[in-house]
Structures are given as C-alpha cells and as structure tokens.
Design a protein. Sequence first.
Length: 206
Amino acid sequence: MSLATDTKPTVSVESEDRLRADLYNFLGLLLARPPEAALLEQTAALSGDENSDLGTAISGLARTAAAVSPKQAESEFNALFIGLGRGELLPYASYYLTGFLNEKPLAVLRNDMSALRISRAPNVFEPEDNIASLMEMMGGMIVGRFGAPASEERQRAFFNRHIAPWAKHFYTDLQGAKNSVLYAGVGAVGAAFMDIEREAFRMTAG
C-alpha cells in the first residue's frame, strides 16, 4: 500500500459504499504496481453484466486478464508507466492539470491529506497525486481506513477537487495507449466508474 493507515474503522459502512470502496481499491492496486498472478486470477474471475457501461467494462477486463500472464502484465505496466526515462503515460494530477509534475495540484492535495489525517507510507517516494494513490485515498475515506468514514459531503469535496478534473481523461488515455492490452480494460472500468461517481455526487449535492 502507498498510504499509511491512521486508525481502524469503528463505524459500520453501507454495503453499497463498501462496494464503491472495493472498486476504488481494486483500481488502485492495478495501477500501483504490476499485478501478480493472484490479482490477475481475481480479475479474471470478475463477472459484469451487459446492462451498463461499467458491467460491460468489467466483463471485458476479466476476459483480458484470463489471457494475460504476470510477465506480460509486468511488461505492459512498465511500458505504460515507467519506460526508459518515462512511460507512455504520466498518471499524475499535476501533469494532467498543468503539464508539469509537482505543481499546485500536489500542494493542494497534501494540505487536504493533512486535514484528513492521510499520510504517505515511509517507503514510498513518488508524488501523492498519482492515480493509484488517489483511488486508494477515496477507498480508504469511504470505509474509514484513516479514521471515521468520511461523510458524503467530504467524499464529494475530495472527488471534485482531486479526481473529477482529470481522472476520466487519464482513464480514456489509458484505453487508447499503444501499449495497453490489459490496461485498456482497466481504463474502461475506471472511465465508467468515474462517470457513475460524478453523476452520483452531482445528484446528491445540496
């Protein structure tokens, strides 16, 4: 994990919110590092439906994961996100929003992380505004991994400030990246999920 856990959850969480958190954490795992065999097997075992964009995307990702080896997944991950000098994509809010790394979006995020009692794990050195960490933060906030579960208002504020302005764009780029095979499916799931979250927060905004 890229984040340090502050306290354990002490408040029960609705099943629908737990499913949301699970999907955020799942995306965070796939985007943080190359998936090992166990995670690929879990991904291949997912079942979606053809009645929604998210269900269709999950089914497609499961089919691709079943056909990809850990070695192929690692090679793809490295080409996309590491590369020689840099990968095909730079999955950071600062880059997507300003064109540069370590800019104002990162400073704003760090201030909000401090207020939420979220801290980066001591053995992690990349900027906190990477997509994997932001997915992990949302998942943790929902279930109370960093204290009490965040209110819907606080979730909405975090999503609208740090995720909504760029995550859908990133996931769309991931679908179209030349090195994407498994990760094209990850991008499809992420894009569909971001649309659902944005609309849900919009509908419940006061």
